[in-house]
Design a protein around this ligand. Structure first.
Ligand code: GLP
Length: 262
């Protein structure tokens, strides 16, 4: 687990974008797993800028959305399909056939989830999974107590998450109660995971995920078991970490300790 502490949100986005860009240079047909929410917005903006400047091309890139509200149409302004389209896909040359979405209204939920898993597998797995984190430590929509081995499936949202996400809807009552999400096991199969967190309201979840025990009550804590995770956070989100100076030292001296990190 590599913990990268930056001075602000802008720097989080710069660093995450750089990692994705470098990975794309090595593998043009990069398979991305993409989270929604406020946090990754700056990364998507910068990736689009790279495309506009001719520094990145998406003709071979494949993208999988991490989760979706159940019951929302694809063109609903709060659906994650709409979010990805508006904030990323429509501004690049990514091909429609390379975009995979969890549907808000699938004909058969179970089959749809199984097929999603198969598509990921058939395309060689996710190279880089981008994650945000909920205040309760959720990743995707894997709420506390989700099985650490879970696969893509339907989940019930906690009252806390419904409250947090109500800011995007007109009324709290409009927030869907159910969702589809890649499972924790699905996320853990990604070759590299980048988790982004910004602001004081994420500091407790960040602390528990990095320095707490691995527990289903804090889904992001399972990332401690993944061999290739980068946690990119700002000073505020890192404020409760007890080994902050150490993480900074390791990062700054990465070249010297590179052999131990890879
Ligand atoms: C939602 C999404 C998560 C996201 C989280 C945090 O619940 N399903 O994928 O990480 O919100 O969102 P934000 O970045 O807006 O704080």
């Amino acid at each position: 687990m590599e913990v990268i502490i930056t001075s602000n949100y802008e720097e989080i986005c710069e660093k995450a974008t750089r990692i994705i860009h470098q990975a794309w240079k090595r593998k043009n047909n990069l398979v991305l797993g993409l989270a929604t929410g406020k946090t990754p917005l700056g990364v998507y903006k910068k990736i689009v800028e790279l495309y506009e400047n001719g520094e990145m091309d998406f003709s071979q890139v494949v993208a999988f959305t991490l989760d979706e509200y159940l019951g929302l149409e694809e063109n609903h302004p709060q659906s994650f399909a709409y979010y990805m389209e508006k904030n990323f896909y429509q501004h690049t040359n990514i091909k429609e056939e390379n975009i995979f979405r969890l549907e808000g209204k699938p004909e058969n939920i179970k089959t749809h989830c199984q097929e999603y898993e198969e598509k990921i597998k058939n395309l060689g797995g996710i190279d880089i999974q981008i994650l945000g984190i909920g205040r309760n430590g959720h990743i995707g929509f894997n709420e506390p107590s989700s099985s650490l081995a879970s696969r893509t499936r339907v989940k019930t949202l906690t009252r806390e998450t419904i409250g947090d996400n109500a800011r995007f809807f007109k009324n709290r009552e409009d927030v869907p109660r159910f969702c589809l999400t890649m499972g924790i096991g699905t996320v853990m199969d990604a070759k590299m995971i980048i988790l982004l967190a910004s602001g004081k309201n994420k500091s407790e979840a960040v602390f528990k995920s990095i320095e707490g025990p691995v527990t289903a009550m804090v889904p992001a804590s399972v990332l401690q078991l993944h061999p290739q995770v980068k946690i990119i956070i700002d000073e505020e989100a890192s404020s409760l970490l007890t080994r902050k100076e150490y993480y900074k030292w390791v990062y700054q001296n990465k070249e010297k300790v590179k052999d131990f990190l890879e």
